[in-house]
Design a protein around this ligand. Structure first.
Ligand code: PAF
Length: 277
């Protein structure tokens, strides 16, 4: 399967066709489909990969129970007019002899990286492999995983991969909850409470725009707002960050990143907003 995909990509490249690539872990929702739509509008051939990458899940995380829906995904991709679905298996991606990892230092240790050691190394390793197999001119990622996009851009630049990384806005439910395959884990009560994440980001974005308080105070208010929701069992991080370095901001730049990660029961939810002055 890897070889077939590689040969197909080469054939398209020789024919002068541009390949747009949407890497996913499946359980596709409108967020993923917005990436496919954007790729469809910009590239000749659209390749979507579905691979639940064991390397990016830590011990005790949800690799086993991560939602899988290959039939449903296939139908959605047909409707979205993707050209190629690439769904390699883990044994082909990671044979026993596999021993190469790609790690983007510093950026991978901040925010989510502090709570999910090794996660981003798993992401960059698989994305690097997928880029080599699929040979895209552009690859499409959702802003919902903002840190992932910053890390992948760094990898692409540092390793001269020559892939344009296109970041597509987060798709939200009508009540503001960012679409995520993991929303399926939420109980009805948790689902009802989950829009508090977006409300907290929106309130903080008003304060950033008005520069109503220093970042450290906005951070404190974000924590307080989240912790008022009794179904949030842990705020892993919430605050005001530099969008390039992902470090906590001490003052406001032209662009500010507001980001947060919380646990609701056993479900980890993340969200973010970029605020321009
Ligand atoms: O964002 C995801 O779904 C994954 O991290 C990715 C980019 C497909 C790599 O496994």
């Amino acid at each position: 399967m890897l070889r077939v995909m590689q040969d197909t990509a080469k054939r398209h490249l020789y024919q002068g066709k541009s390949i747009g690539f949407v890497p996913t872990m499946g359980a596709l929702h409108e967020g993923h489909l917005s990436l496919v739509k954007r790729a469809r509008s910009e590239c000749d051939i659209v390749v979507v990969s579905i691979f639940v990458n064991p390397l990016q899940f830590g011990q005790g995380e949800d690799f086993e129970r991560y939602p899988r829906d290959s039939e449903g995904d296939r139908e959605k991709l047909l409707r979205a007019r993707a050209d190629i679905l690439f769904a390699p298996d883990a044994a082909a991606q990671y044979p026993e002899s596999f021993s190469t990892h790609v790690t983007v230092s510093a950026l991978s240790e901040r925010l989510c990286g502090a709570f999910r050691p090794g996660h981003f190394s798993g992401v960059t390793t698989v994305v690097c492999k997928l880029f080599h197999i699929v040979r895209p001119v552009s690859a499409y990622f959702g802003q919902k995983d903002y840190q992932q996009t910053v890390i992948i851009k760094r990898m692409v630049e540092d390793l001269n991969m020559g892939v344009e990384v296109v970041v597509v806005p987060t798709v939200r439910e009508p009540d503001g909850l960012a679409l995520s395959s993991r929303n399926a884990y939420l109980s009805p009560a948790e689902r009802k409470a989950a829009p508090v994440l977006y409300r907290t980001l929106l309130a903080a974005s008003q304060e950033v725009k008005a520069q109503a308080a220093p970042p450290v105070e906005i951070k404190a208010r974000m924590h307080a707002a989240l912790l008022q929701e009794s179904l949030i069992s842990e705020v892993q991080y919430a605050g005001v960050y530099d969008p390039a370095t992902l470090e906590e901001a001490t003052e406001f730049g032209k662009r500010t990143l507001l980001a947060l990660a919380v646990k609701m029961g056993s479900t980890r939810l993340i969200d973010n907003l970029l605020v321009d002055r």
